[in-house]
Design a protein around this ligand. Structure first.
Ligand SMILES: C[S@@+](CC[C@H](N)C(=O)[O-])C[C@H]1O[C@@H](n2cnc3c(N)ncnc32)[C@H](O)[C@@H]1O
Length: 246
């Protein structure tokens, strides 16, 4: 079955996304991204409802995006300042936004939303095509952790708060580097299931994709604060750079 970039938004409605992922504090990410953009325009792939894009805009940056879900794009447009962000509805493996950008952003593991390696390589190439010489492609993703699975499945708490609990049930398919997850949000309003598919990759494979797209790694941190990436890191924020001259 062909890949459908609107699938994520059909499984996780835009208003539910904003509630369920409100625990993701954009503060450190925004501060880091503002520094990396050096005042230039930003294009966010999988811009969603603007969790990062709107604060970046309010820091004085020009922001555009590509989004596969028309519903997510509509919710962003309806928010204050949302109409100031140009969003192309399409697949970020090939959809082109006009202009040259200082920074292309792909946050919250969204590189893994693509179905296979070929699509991920296409995404890196599309990111490079949006960058001015010297521009940066920033990827935030988790580090695969097959050891956390027993008999191919895992269950982990993502958030434990007084008014809501978010659990993630996952199934691993190592032969294809795929992981299917359903996040379960429990609150006094009821239970909500949030399914998502991932084609995961280790950081080194992402580095190779960047090389194929003509970019090199500038930084790898464990998080947006710039903490050192170590043996124990479960997430990474990686900055790739297009050469100043071809
Ligand atoms: C995890 S959400 C992240 C949203 C936003 N970047 C944030 O930080 O909150 C992933 C977003 O990427 C979009 N998406 C997933 N695959 C896509 C694709 N191939 N092309 C364009 N958008 C895609 C989804 O619709 C969703 O809005």
């Amino acid at each position: 079955m062909p890949f459908d970039p609107s699938e994520y938004g059909r499984h996780i409605p835009a208003d539910v996304y904003d509630d369920a992922f409100a625990y993701l504090d954009p503060g450190a990410a925004v501060e880091r991204l503002v520094a990396l953009a050096e005042g230039g325009p930003v294009c966010e792939f999988g811009i969603g409802t603007g969790r990062l894009a709107l604060p970046l805009l309010r820091h004085g940056l020009t922001v555009a995006g590509v989004e596969g879900s028309p519903e997510m794009a509509a919710r962003l447009r309806d928010k204050p300042d949302g109409e100031r962000i140009e969003v192309a509805v399409g697949d970020f493996t090939g959809t082109r936004v006009a202009g040259e950008f200082s920074l292309v952003l792909l946050a919250v593991n969204t590189i893994f939303a693509l179905p296979d390696q070929a699509a991920q390589v296409a995404c890196f190439r599309n990111a490079a095509a949006h960058l001015r010489p010297g521009g940066r492609f920033v990827v935030e993703a988790w580090v695969p952790d097959p050891g956390a699975f027993r008999a191919g499945t895992s269950l982990r708490p993502v958030l434990v708060a007084q008014d809501a609990v978010l659990l993630e049930a996952a199934e691993l398919h190592p032969a294809e580097q795929r992981m299917t997850t359903t996040k379960v949000r429990l609150s006094n309003d009821g239970v909500r299931l949030l399914p998502a598919n991932h084609r995961y990759a280790w950081p080194a494979e992402l580095d190779l994709m960047a090389e194929l797209a003509g970019m090199t790694r500038e930084h790898r941190w464990a998080d947006w604060t710039g903490a050192a990436f170590t043996d124990d890191s479960r997430n990474h924020v990686t900055v790739y750079r297009r050469p100043e001259s071809a």
